[in-house]
Design a protein around this ligand. Structure first.
Ligand code: NDP
Ligand code: 8X3
Length: 251
């Protein structure tokens, strides 16, 4: 029987690449996001890889919708082997004293509370079955703050704390917890951060070869395919000319 992986935020970037990579590796895929059409298109593409695909449209900030989606899973989809908590992003790059309240709430509700909700819904089954793997997509931004990163960095520090906390809480089981911390990955991330300003977003990746979603998907695949006694607790993955969240060498 094929294993099952659930990837949140599979409509774009890192999540989409993870869904593709895990499907290539033979997982039946539950893919989630808010954009129905995009999710359906990706589902069709994954189907061609000869795996089963279940697209679920909901906002991870909507606890009721998330609960209904997970509790309503058909029997054959209930035993999730891998949860990739990827849905998230950055909204705004203002100094902390000038930040936008709505952007702050979006980041906290999505990156922290959404991830927690998914963990709360999926992990009890893993603990019961004494088997499973939670991969949280953290960030280099969670290791140290950078200018304008304030709240986003705080949410990714929270992802580290929640990954470490969960790892402690499931240490008596075979459930594994991995925090993947990417640096610059060229996705829709910066377009979202700059509220749709594509030119400004493109500037983020000027003069440096950034990582791709596929690079991060390789790391996720590496962590989940390690032997069951091996727990990759964290992976910090940077572009070669990036040394930290704020040290980037551009040519
Ligand atoms: P993208 O903007 O390309 O993708 C974000 C994904 O998250 C989309 O699939 C989006 O789907 C989904 N999403 C956002 N908000 C919600 C929500 N409320 N409910 C459900 N899904 C949601 O960015 P990335 O692929 O780069 O980002 C993915 C993760 O990687 C994020 O957690 C980000 O913080 C992290 N990361 C990114 C880095 C980068 O440099 N790009 C580096 C380090 C970490 P939809 O719009 O359909 O809902
Ligand atoms: C995304 C990486 O450093 O651009 O989490 O914020 S960074």
């Amino acid at each position: 029987m094929k294993k099952i992986a659930l990837v949140t935020g599979a409509t774009s970037g890192i999540g989409e690449a993870c869904a593709r990579k895990l499907a290539e590796n033979g997982y039946n895929m539950i893919i989630t996001g808010r954009r129905t059409e995009r999710l359906e298109a990706i589902a069709a593409e994954l189907h061609a890889l000869d795996v089963e695909v279940l697209p679920l449209v909901f906002d991870v900030r909507d606890r009721e919708a998330a609960t209904a989606a997970i509790q309503g899973l058909p029997d054959e989809w209930q035993e999730i082997d891998v949860l990739v908590n990827n849905a998230g992003g950055a909204w705004g790059l203002e100094p902390e004293y000038e930040g936008n309240y709505e952007d702050w709430d979006t980041m906290i509700d999505t990156n922290i509370k959404g991830l927690l909700t998914m963990t709360r819904l999926v992990v009890p089954g893993m603990v019961e079955r004494d088997h499973g793997h939670v991969v949280n997509i953290g960030s280099v931004a969670g290791d140290a703050a950078y200018g304008g990163g304030n709240v986003y960095c705080a949410t990714k520090s929270a992802v580290k704390a929640l990954s470490d906390g969960l790892r402690i809480d499931v240490a008596h089981t075979k459930v594994r917890v991995t925090n993947i911390k990417p640096g610059l990955v060229e996705t829709n991330f910066s377009v979202t951060r700059f509220h749709g300003d594509k030119d400004r977003a493109d500037g983020v990746y000027k003069g440096i070869q950034p990582l791709t979603g596929a690079d991060i998907a390789e790391c996720v695949a590496f962590a989940v395919s390690a032997p069951e006694h091996v727990q990759v607790a964290e992976l910090l993955v940077l572009a070669t000319h990036q040394a930290s969240g704020s040290v980037i060498h551009r040519q």
